[in-house]
Design a protein around this ligand. Structure first.
Ligand code: HEM
Length: 467
């Protein structure tokens, strides 16, 4: 059926009042399958299809060119992000437009290469820690989900919130559980349209659970801010300019406090929101990508051999990874990209348009909500007949212009260089220490806010004999 006025096809099966809401009712596995199907339908129907989540109409865009147009022209976030409003609503990920522009301008310099390079020691230490965290599981196969999540959170708490590893080692479990609960509740609200009403939601058990887990999440960032403010008061060296600092690591929190030093316009609560967003946006995404990567590489011994050979040639068998060597790890980079292509950790994002938006076949009316299907773009026929196959070699031969695991346009992922650096360093340590065996073939997926393996991910590690 075509919508009057726009000509945009509407997904069949729409019911009065609830629209297509029932289609999204179910567990994460069901939501994953529905989203996959939705993206495929959009491609079949000319790149765009309209779906009704109760009263809210969303235009689902899966054509690569159209997606780039949406990402470039629509910088405001869609309704889905409002579910996090009370908790992180004013921070960069969810912020409304004028505020977001100021924040992005102020925070972009914190992700310059020069600043990111100062995290290399932490990334290397975390690589060595992961070897130990894996070793604690003993021989045989185990689910590597938990140690990788913990290790990535430790990295983020150091680089972004300015903690020292001794302050957080063995204290990350509660945070990980709270973030899992937070994301679970946000996706519950998305899939059950009666929870769209803030009023109804405020009486629910979910709301009580949300308050509880967000209090825990907040405590880590508030404590980091309190600690940093005290440190800065009593330690004059940490009051120096960013440019004058040499020895210590400059965390994102240091950067924000330095910027705010002269103006003093940010309250602890405002800084807290930013740190919360950066912690949540960084550790779970990168960890999930690594979890998929180890299983998939463990299923392809010839790919693993090439990674290993490259590591030995470029880094050696026990040196730390330096910033200069990172660009030389080209095969490892292709493997990371191929993993993010097939297992797109953030498979869909949502925007709003404040203009009538002209796409290839249709015009989306001003004021509409739009979802870009990043996961579908990565399986688009443009990738060729082997689009569903894991083949890192494609990154050396093909012109691949529909790749957007970190989104596209000005509101893309601010942490994408950080993510690539931290993942590369960690993987060098793992692959040169262990031979990994896995089996990706029967993996089922679930979709909450992120795509995750539904069945857990079991790998087996054999220590390499270094000669
Ligand atoms: C494999 C790892 C990662 C993936 C796949 C990923 C993916 C994404 C995507 C798709 C977006 C756009 C979200 C949207 O429009 O709703 C995004 C935004 C964002 N990401 Fe990442 N990300 C990763 C790692 C990181 C890291 C390491 C950090 C921080 C150090 C980070 C911080 C952020 C922030 C703050 C935003 C919001 C940017 C804005 O609105 O201006 N991400 N990320």
């Amino acid at each position: 059926m075509r919508l009057p006025g726009t000509g945009i096809p509407e997904l069949p099966g729409k019911l009065p009042i609830i629209g297509h809401g029932l289609m999204f009712f179910g567990d994460g596995k069901h939501i994953h399958k529905t989203f996959k199907w939705l993206g495929e339908e959009a491609i079949k129907l000319g790149g765009v299809v309209s779906v009704n989540f109760g009263p809210i109409k969303v235009y689902v865009v899966a054509d690569p060119d159209d997606s780039a147009v949406v990402a470039t022209n629509c910088l405001a976030k869609g309704f889905f992000y409002d579910f996090s409003n009370a908790y992180i609503g004013n921070a960069i990920l969810c912020a409304k437009l004028p505020l977001w522009k100021q924040q992005r301008k102020a925070l972009n310099p914190a992700f310059k290469q020069q600043i990111l390079n100062n995290f290399m020691d932490i990334f290397n230490n975390q690589g060595r820690r992961l070897i130990m965290q894996f070793a604690a599981h003993g021989p045989g196969s185990f689910d590597h989900h938990h140690p990788i999540l913990i290790n990535n959170l430790e990295s983020s708490l150091q680089t972004l919130a300015g903690y020292h590893i001794d302050e957080i080692a063995d204290k990350c479990d509660t945070y990980v559980q709270s973030v899992e609960e937070f994301l679970h509740i946000v996706s519950e609200r998305f899939s059950k349209i009666w929870w769209y009403s803030d009023y109804l939601f405020s009486f629910s058990d979910l709301k009580k659970r949300l308050d509880k887990c967000t209090n825990i999440i907040h405590s880590y960032s508030l404590n980091a801010i309190k600690k940093k403010r005290l440190e800065r008061k009593f330690n004059s060296t940490s009051e120096k300019d960013l440019n004058c600092r040499t020895e210590e690591t400059i965390s994102l929190l240091d950067f924000i406090l330095d910027q705010d030093k002269s103006k003093q316009f940010l309250t602890d609560e405002e800084i807290r929101e930013q740190i919360d967003v950066f912690l949540i946006a960084s550790f779970d995404t990168s960890a999930t990508a690594l979890i998929y990567l180890l299983t998939v590489v463990g299923s392809y011994p010839e790919v693993q051999q090439k990674i290993y050979d490259e590591i030995l040639a470029e880094v050696g068998d026990n040196k730390d990874v330096t910033k200069d060597v990172l660009p030389k790890l080209v095969y490892l980079e292709a493997v990371i990209k191929e993993t993010l292509r097939i297992y797109t950790v953030v498979p869909a994002i949502a925007r709003k348009t404040d203009i009538d938006l002209k796409l290839k076949n249709y015009t989306i009316p001003k004021g509409s909500s739009i979802s870009i299907m990043l996961g579908t773009l990565h399986q688009h026929p443009q990738w060729g007949p082997d689009a569903h196959q894991f083949r890192p070699e494609r990154w050396f031969t093909e012109n691949l212009n529909v790749f957007a695991p970190f989104s596209m346009g000005k509101r893309n992922c601010i942490g994408k260089v950080y993510a690539m650096m931290s993942m590369k360093v960690l993987l060098v340590h793992v692959f040169r220490h262990y031979k990994v065996t896995g089996d990706i073939s029967n993996t089922e997926h679930r979709l909450g806010v992120l795509l995750k393996p539904a069945t857990g991910h079991h790998i087996k590690l054999d220590k390499r004999n270094k000669t």
